[in-house]
Each structure stands twice: as C-alpha cells, then as structure tokens.
Design a protein around this ligand. Structure first.
Ligand code: PLP
Length: 368
C-alpha cells in the first residue's frame, strides 16, 4: 500500500470529500466518509418509502452486519457480543446500571469528556463511588469496575501493560471496561485475548461511519448472565410474540443487551467505512500511519507521538494550542486542540506533499 496505489484504488472512493480544498488532518476526530455512505443511506431510506414496515428485514440485516464487522475489527469472538449504541457513553451507562449494588469505580484522569462527565454525574447522584488517578498509577485494588482508555485521547499514548493491568484487576475482583475509541481501526485489537469484560467505541473517527454508530462489547460468559436495566422490547425473547412472562425473559446471548426500537440508519452509515478498514487491514493501515507520522515529526519541532507507543495522531504541547489550531484552519489546515495539545492526524487520503506543506505552515506558528 503506497501513495500511488492509494491514489488509483482508494482516492476515487472518496471523490466527494476530496473536492474540499483543505489539508484535512483531523482524522482522529471526524473521519472522512467514502462516497458509498450516501448511496447506502439512500438505499435504506428508499426501502422505507417503498416497503414501509417491510423495510425492517433489510434494516436489521444491516444492523447485524454492523455487529459482525465490528466484532471482526475488535476481536470479539461473537457478533452478538457487540451491542449497537448511539454513543460510547450510552454503552458505559448500560454497564454502570448493571451493578446491583453501588459499584466502586476506578478511572483515569485522561478519559474523554463524555466518559469523565458521566462518571462524575453518577458519583454526584450517589450511584457510584469514584476514584480518579493518572492512568500510570491506576490500581484496581478495592474496585468493582475499572474504566480506562487503551489509547489516550489527548496525547495518543498507548496504555502500557494492558494485559497485566486486566489480569491484576481480575485478581482483585474487578471487571474492566476499555474505551477503545482511539484504538479500534488504528492498532490491531483482540478484546478476547485481552480478556476485557467490556469495551466501548464507535465509528465516528477512524472507521469513517459518522455520528451515532457506536457499540458496547460485553464478553462471552458475562453477556448471557449479567443483566442491565437499560433495556426494551428488542431485548426480549421472541421480540414479536408480545408475550409477557414473569419473570421477563431475555433474548439469546448479547441480544439480551439490546434496547428499545433501534436507530437503523447509523449502522447503515457505518458499513462502507468498516468494510474498507477491514479490507485494507489494520496492520497495513498502522504501518502507513507510522510512516506519515514520521514525515510530520521530522519536520515539526517539538512534535510528539510519532512512534510505536502512540496511536494515529501526533501532538504538539503548547499553551496556545487552541489558537494555533484556529490559525491553521485559516490557512487551510484542519487540526484540533484538546487543552494544551494540538492534535494532528494524517490518514490514507493525505499525500506526502500535503504533509510537507502542512508541516511548513505549522512550524512557524508553534515557534512563536
Ligand atoms: C476516547 C473517546 N471516548 C469516547 C468518545 C465519544 O464519547 P461519546 O460517544 O459518549 O460522545 C470520544 C470522542 O471523541 C473519545 O475520544
């Protein structure tokens, strides 16, 4: 996979988004959609006009395909262990709500705002006990649940020793929920081999599926036995039988974690990007990303995160990160800033010439 091949084989699949003139380096935020997304969504909407409630068969087939492609991407042994959600935070809440007694939760101070906010609000409402530490110091002793990113959203750092951390958490009697939003589609991921109990992620970024196509993973063994009150009739055994047995009966496997009437277009919207990611292969994408990060880091002084210990983006720590990002946007280079970190993320649609040009624009701004 080199630039010439990508130009020939892949760029034409993105003709609409490539019409934009800018140098887009915010691929760690909103991923760029393939042209096919619009066709897929249109076909799903056409089915609605044409078939009305007859469209449900194809809509649910798309949802199942979303589950199985995501399962493949993240190393879930079964597609039903992937529960579609409209946000990562919705997945976290389903897990928090599954504890019968007030859980003691340990998390890091580097979690994304949505996750951090939910945890703090649950604590404020007396629903959880919460301990927040730097991820390097995180210990599961005395906890029921660990909530931790595998790749940090501000810095791109890959959390080291994840298998040991999960092993130690289990030994201490805690379950582990990984936020893999900056991991899935960027680095190889095998949730089963990691023995993670839960994971959350979504298609907004690296798999180019836009907002709303997120998911919760619950591991085999737990998905059949643990129940969450975040439920609805799609979690019932024989959904369309309208039976009301006492106690309520759940659908098989991970279907017991489904909820009410689901949104369907989000899953449809995510398919093209997931298919492309899997077809190109995460290992090849990673290799390409490492080479692109190197081009940037060799040209931008103070650039961090280029190597194997970081995810897909590089960072520049600067007190004026936000205003630098704004100035870059005026110059046609799209990045973003989180706190003191300017984040720059190339993807397969960025040419070498674009990266060199962007580096030449960034460098004088960060020197100021
Ligand atoms: C690490 C991480 N987790 C979660 C999210 C999104 O959370 P939610 O889907 O709840 O908005 C993001 C979004 O940027 C993220 O970077």
């Amino acid at each position: 996979m080199d630039e010439a091949w990508l130009r020939k084989e892949i760029f034409p699949k993105f003709s609409r988004v490539l019409e934009r003139g800018e140098i887009y380096l915010a691929n760690h935020s909103l991923g760029r959609p393939p042209d096919r997304v619009a066709d897929d969504v249109r076909a799903a909407v056409d089915a609605w006009y044409r078939d009305l409630d007859g469209a449900w068969d194809s809509w649910l087939q798309h949802r199942e395909r979303f589950r199985s492609l995501t399962a493949k991407l993240v190393g879930s042994p079964r597609a039903d262990c992937i529960i579609p959600k409209t946000s990562a935070g919705q997945g976290l809440r389903a897990v928090l709500n599954s504890f019968a007694t007030k859980p003691r939760v340990v998390t890091s101070d580097g979690e994304f705002d949505s996750i951090d906010f939910i945890l703090r609000v649950y604590r404020e409402q007396g629903r959880i006990e919460l301990k927040i530490t730097p991820w390097q110091e995180l210990s599961a002793q005395g906890a029921d649940l660990v909530v931790l990113s595998s790749v940090m959203f501000r810095t791109g750092e890959i959390v080291k020793h994840l298998p040991k951390l999960i092993h130690d958490a289990h030994a201490a009697g805690a379950l582990v929920l990984l936020d893999v939003y900056h991991h899935a589609g960027v680095l190889p991921l095998d949730l089963a081999a990691l023995d993670a109990d839960f994971a959350i992620g979504g298609s907004y970024k690296y798999t180019r599926g836009g907002p709303g196509a997120c998911w919760l993973y619950v591991r085999p063994g737990l998905v059949e036995t643990l129940r969450t009150p975040d439920t609805g009739w799609f979690a019932k055994k024989d959904v369309f039988a309208y039976a009301r047995p006492e106690p309520p009966e759940f659908g098989p496997g991970g279907d017991a974690w489904l909820e009410s009437t689901p949104p369907v277009l989000a899953c449809v919207q995510a398919l093209a990007g997931l298919e492309l990611t899997l077809a190109l292969g995460v290992e090849r994408l990673r290799k390409y990303s490492l080479a692109q990060k190197k081009i940037l880091s060799e040209r931008i002084p103070g650039c961090e995160g280029a190597g194997e210990n970081h995810g897909a983006f590089v960072t520049l720590k600067h007190p004026a990160a936000k205003s630098i990002s704004e100035k870059l946007e005026e110059e046609g280079v799209k990045t973003d800033a989180r706190g003191e970190y300017l984040r720059i993320c190339p993807d397969i649609l960025n040419t070498r010439a674009e990266l060199e040009k962007a580096a030449a624009i960034v460098t004088p701004l960060v020197k100021q």
